[in-house]
Design a protein around this ligand. Structure first.
Ligand SMILES: NC(=O)c1ccc[n+]([C@@H]2O[C@H](COP(=O)([O-])OP(=O)(O)OC[C@H]3O[C@@H](n4cnc5c(N)ncnc54)[C@H](O)[C@@H]3O)[C@@H](O)[C@H]2O)c1
Length: 427
C-alpha cells in the first residue's frame, strides 16, 4: 500500500471482530462498537461469539491508538477520528414485516460522517440489496461530513462471506470480492484486502455488482434448501427416506448437495428479503425467491407435526408429554441464536400441550429468554423424556448416549439427519 493506513472498523460482531483482528496483524486498527459491554469484554480478550480465540485476540490487542499495528477497541467516536479507512460491519436485519431495516447502516454512516476527512475511504461489508451503499449511505456520509463524494472521499463495498462456527474457512481463507466508487479507489481497496486475505480477492466492476453478488449467494442457498425441504415433504408422504434419495442422486457429477432443514440466522433467512424488497420496489414480483422463503419458514411447524405423528404412532399421550429439544442456536457449534427457527418447532409443540425442556451447551440462556421468552439449560437434565428432538448438530450431541434420557417408549426425531439408525425418524 502506498499511503499510511489506519483502519476504523465499525461494529465488532461476528463479521467485524475477525476482520479487525486480521487487519490488526498488519495495520493499526481501531474497533468501534456502540455496545459498551462488548468493548469491555473484548479488551479483556473475551469474544462471546467464539469466532476469535482468547490468545489470538490478546496477541493483537493494544492499549492505545498510537501503534504501528494492533487492535484498540473503543466505544468512543473520537478514537476513530484519525483513521483514513473506515469499514462498516453493522447488522442489516428485517423488520416484523420482513422489510429491510437500514437503521444500523444509517446510524453508523452518521457516526463515520462526523469524523470523515478529505481523502478518506469508507467501505461497507454489511449485506444489502444493490444500491444501498451508493444511494442510501453516501447521502448520509455527505450530510454529516459536509464533504463531496468521489471528490473528497471515496467508498467501497466488500461483502463478508464468513460462516460462523467454521474454524476452517476463516476470513483470511475466503476469497473476497471488492469494489470501489472510482477506478483508483477500487484498486486501493483491493490492495488493502489483498494484503491480508491469503485466499485472494476479486475486484468487481462496480459496487452494485459486488452488492448483488453477495445477496444472490445467500438467496441461492435459500432456494436450494427450499427445494430439498419440499422434497422431504413429498418423500415423507411416500415413506421414502429423503437422505437416502439425496445420497443416491448425489453420485451424479453435477447434482448439488443440499440437506433439508430449518433456515434461521441473520443471513440466509434474511438476505433474500432484501433482494425481494428491491425487486418489488422496481416493479418486479420475485416468485422463486419468495416461494423459497415461504417454504423454509414453514419447516418449524412441519417438523413439529411430524414429531406429534411419530408420538401418536407409539401410543404416547401428547398432552403433558415431556420433550427434550437438543439445541436452540440457528446452526451447529455456534452460540448465535438470532432468528433461530428451532423456536418455531418449540412454539408449535407447546401449542399441542407438550412440556418442553431445551438443552443447549452453547446458547446464552439470558439471550434466549430475552429474545424468545424461552427457558434453556446448559447442563444435560437428569430426567427421562417421551421424545428427544435433535434440532442442532452441535459436536456434543453427535456421540451422546440417549439411553438415560428416554422413557421406555420414547421417540427420537432427528432434524439434522446426523444420528443414523439411532433415531426413529429424520426430516
Ligand atoms: N454473521 C455472519 O455469518 C455474516 C456473514 C456474512 C455477512 N454478514 C453480514 O454482516 C453484517 C454484520 O453481521 P454480524 O453477524 O457481524 O452482526 P452482529 O450483530 O454480530 O454485529 C454487529 C455489531 O455492530 C454493532 N453496531 C450496531 N450498530 C452500530 C453502530 N451504529 N455503530 C457501531 N456499532 C454498531 C453491534 O453492537 C454489534 O456488535 C450484516 O449485514 C450481516 O448480514 C454476516
Amino acid at each position: 500500500m502506498g499511503k499510511k493506513v489506519k483502519i476504523g472498523i465499525i461494529g465488532l460482531g461476528y463479521v467485524g471482530l475477525p476482520l479487525a483482528r486480521l487487519f490488526a496483524t498488519k495495520f493499526p486498527v481501531v474497533g468501534f462498537d456502540i455496545n459498551k459491554e462488548r468493548i469491555k469484554e473484548l479488551r479483556e480478550g473475551l469474544d462471546v461469539t467464539k469466532e476469535v480465540e482468547k490468545d489470538v485476540l490478546r496477541s493483537v490487542l493494544v492499549n492505545d491508538t498510537i501503534n504501528d499495528k494492533g487492535l484498540f477497541c473503543s466505544f468512543k467516536l473520537e478514537d476513530i477520528a484519525d483513521c483514513n479507512y473506515y469499514i462498516i460491519t453493522v447488522p442489516t436485519p428485517v423488520d416484523k414485516n420482513n422489510r429491510p431495516d437500514l437503521t444500523p447502516l444509517f446510524k453508523s454512516s452518521e457516526s463515520v460522517g462526523k469524523v470523515l476527512k478529505k481523502g478518506d475511504t469508507v467501505i461497507y461489508e454489511s449485506t444489502v440489496y444493490p444500491g444501498v451503499t451508493e444511494d442510501e449511505c453516501v447521502p448520509v456520509l455527505e450530510k454529516f461530513s459536509n464533504l463531496i463524494f468521489n471528490t473528497d472521499f471515496y467508498i467501497g463495498y466488500s461483502p463478508e462471506r464468513i460462516n460462523p462456527g467454521d474454524k476452517e474457512h476463516t476470513v483470511d481463507k475466503i476469497l473476497k470480492v471488492t469494489a470501489g466508487s472510482t477506478l483508483e479507489s477500487a484498486k486501493e481497496i483491493n490492495d488493502l484486502y489483498s494484503s491480508v486475505i491469503t485466499a485472494g480477492t476479486h475486484l468487481a466492476p462496480s459496487i452494485k455488482v459486488a452488492e448483488a453478488a453477495k445477496v444472490i449467494e445467500n438467496s441461492q442457498r435459500d432456494i436450494n434448501i427450499a427445494f430439498v425441504n419440499e422434497l422431504a415433504k413429498i418423500f415423507n408422504l411416500m415413506n421414502i427416506d429423503t437422505q437416502a434419495v439425496l445420497e443416491a442422486a448425489g453420485t451424479k457429477w453435477n447434482f448439488i448437495p443440499f440437506k433439508p432443514g430449518l433456515v434461521g440466522g441473520h443471513c440466509i433467512g434474511v438476505d433474500p428479503y432484501y433482494l425481494a424488497q428491491k425487486a418489488q420496489e422496481i416493479g418486479y414480483h420475485p416468485e422463486i425467491i419468495l416461494a423459497g422463503r415461504r417454504m423454509n419458514d414453514s419447516m418449524g411447524e412441519y417438523i413439529s407435526s411430524e414429531i406429534i405423528k411419530l408420538m401418536l404412532k407409539k401410543d404416547l399421550k401428547i398432552k403433558g408429554a415431556k420433550v427434550l429439544i437438543l439445541g436452540i442456536t440457528f446452526k451447529e457449534n455456534c452460540p448465535d441464536v438470532r432468528n433461530t427457527k428451532v423456536v418455531d418447532v418449540v412454539r408449535s409443540l407447546k401449542e399441542y400441550g407438550l412440556d418442553i425442556t431445551i438443552f443447549d451447551p452453547l446458547a446464552d440462556p439470558y439471550q434466549v429468554l430475552s429474545e424468545y421468552s424461552l427457558q434453556t439449560v446448559k447442563e444435560l437434565p437428569r430426567e427421562k423424556f417421551d421424545a428427544l428432538v435433535l434440532a442442532v448438530a452441535h459436536k456434543e450431541f453427535l456421540e451422546m448416549n440417549f439411553d438415560g434420557l428416554k422413557n421406555p417408549k420414547a421417540v427420537i426425531y432427528d432434524v439434522k439427519g446426523v444420528l443414523g439408525d439411532r433415531c426413529d425418524k429424520k426430516l
